[in-house]
Design a protein around this ligand. Structure first.
Ligand SMILES: [Zn+2]
Length: 279
């Protein structure tokens, strides 16, 4: 009579195992098919993504405040006004009206600029002499804004987190596990300012070129900017902004190949500012 109990136990254990397997299997499929694949508007490509745009924005805001609290903010009102003017023109054509765009000028010799996920942008005064004009500034801002709209930081975090970590977090499903995910993102606040890989750099160049043209700045200035920047930094240790970027000649060639399309976008723009005012 007692034999029924172990059988029942064995049966329920098997059902439990099957349910557990099914749960993990469906989570795995969910991650692969639903949550993980996001189609980017700008390029139409499907990318592996474990972070939501909301989480990336949170991460960006945190990273932005972290950096600004440590840096000296410029008080040069004339250049700040130009930065905000060019920045908002680029942001307007970048197709992300839900981003809280902000542009800050940091007083520093560094040849650097970045855009955190969610639209928080910083330009370092060290790079201004290479920009020369509003159009030169639009080259750099277009490039940095493209990194954010293409969600390059999120893609990078997703790759680093990997499916294993995601499974561990999502299979629990408790609020504690969600906090673990946010903890990982928080730890990744530095990603917003770190160099991207070469593929993402080229993408940011080409989408950035479109943005500057649509914003009304002569896209040919992109080639002029990279020629100046490449020449000035030749022979010395590569600045952070350039360190993992493609070489100047490669990026100029890529930009030139896309110039006729950029010029037609420029001609269709609601206003043409040419090079804009000098910095
Ligand atoms: Zn870049």
């Amino acid at each position: 009579m007692n034999q029924g109990i172990p059988t029942l136990y064995k049966f329920s254990k098997n059902v439990g195992d099957i349910m557990k397997f099914a749960r993990h299997f469906f989570i795995y499929i969910f991650i692969l098919n639903c949550a993980a694949c996001v189609t980017l508007n700008e390029t139409g490509q499907s990318v592996f993504m474990l972070t939501s745009e909301e989480q990336e924005k949170e991460l960006g805001e945190k990273g932005y405040q972290e950096v600004l609290s440590k840096e000296k903010i410029s008080k040069d009102q004339k250049t700040i006004a130009i930065l905000e003017r060019v920045g908002h023109r680029i942001a307007k054509v970048a197709g992300k009206p839900d981003y809280q765009w902000e542009f800050t000028l940091i007083e520093s010799d560094q040849l650097n600029a970045w855009c955190m996920p969610g639209g928080k942008v910083a330009v370092y005064t060290g790079i201004l002499p290479y920009m020369q004009t509003e159009a030169g500034m639009a080259v750099v801002l277009g490039h940095e804004v493209a990194h954010a709209t293409l969600r390059h930081s999120g893609q990078r975090i997703s790759r680093e987190m990997g499916i294993g970590t995601a499974l561990q977090i999502f299979s629990g499903g408790s609020s504690g596990d969600q906090n673990a995910l946010l903890g990982l993102l928080g730890a990744g606040a530095r990603f917003g300012t770190m160099p991207f890989d070469r593929k993402h750099e080229t993408q940011a160049d080409l989408i950035g070129l479109k943005y500057m043209a649509k914003a009304g700045y002569d896209p040919k200035e992109s080639v002029a900017f990279w020629q100046r920047f490449g020449k000035a930094t030749q022979g010395s240790a590569p600045p952070e902004f350039l360190s993992t970027h493609p070489g100047a000649s490669t990026r100029i060639k890529d930009l030139q190949q896309n110039m006729s399309q950029a010029l037609s976008l420029y001609n269709q723009a609601s206003a043409q500012y040419g090079t804009g005012t000098s910095l």
